[in-house]
Design a protein around this ligand. Structure first.
Ligand code: HEC
Length: 121
């Protein structure tokens, strides 16, 4: 032993690894059959109205955050919406939701937003 252990690289989850995981997992998720959300749908629907609605408006027509109604989401494919929900929008009030929502929940929400199933016309 000569005390040169210092320079040993410690395993670290780098941003690159996270990105790699996203890129490898996403296609698998998209190719798979529709995922079942991890909680019951009424809970999840409530979550969107209450938690997302606190910024995006209870009818999702916009507030602090932009409208999340389908007619306002044409510029975003479903997977981009999911990525935004997962990671948030850095530098804005939009927080990352991955600590609170399972991937299947995020996919479910993205699909509902895109198809407008959570909002009345
Ligand atoms: C604390 C406030 C806040 C909460 C809570 C919040 N958002 Fe956001 N969200 C924002 C803001 C602000 C933006 C705009 C970011 C920007 O400037 O690009 C945004 C942007 C978005 C976008 C992109 C819209 C677009 O047209 O670019 C989506 C999709 C979205 N939020 C979904 C959600 C969902 C789903 C939830 C609930 C799980 C949620 N947000 C909760 C503040 C919030």
């Amino acid at each position: 032993m000569n005390g040169s252990e210092r320079g040993k690289a410690r395993p670290q989850v780098s941003a690159t690894m996270v990105l790699l995981m996203l890129f490898t997992l996403t296609p698998a998720l998209l190719a798979g059959e529709e995922l079942e959300p991890s909680r019951n749908l009424a809970d999840l629907e409530n979550f969107v109205v209450q938690d997302c609605g606190s910024c995006h408006g209870l009818t999702l027509k916009g507030g602090l955050g932009p409208s999340l109604r389908p007619e306002n989401l044409n510029h975003l494919p479903e997977e981009a919406i999911a990525a935004i929900i997962r990671e948030g929008v850095p530098g804005t009030a939009m927080p990352p939701w991955k600590p609170l929502l399972a991937p299947a929940d995020i996919e479910w929400i993205s699909h509902q937003l895109k198809t407008g199933k959570l909002v009345s016309p």
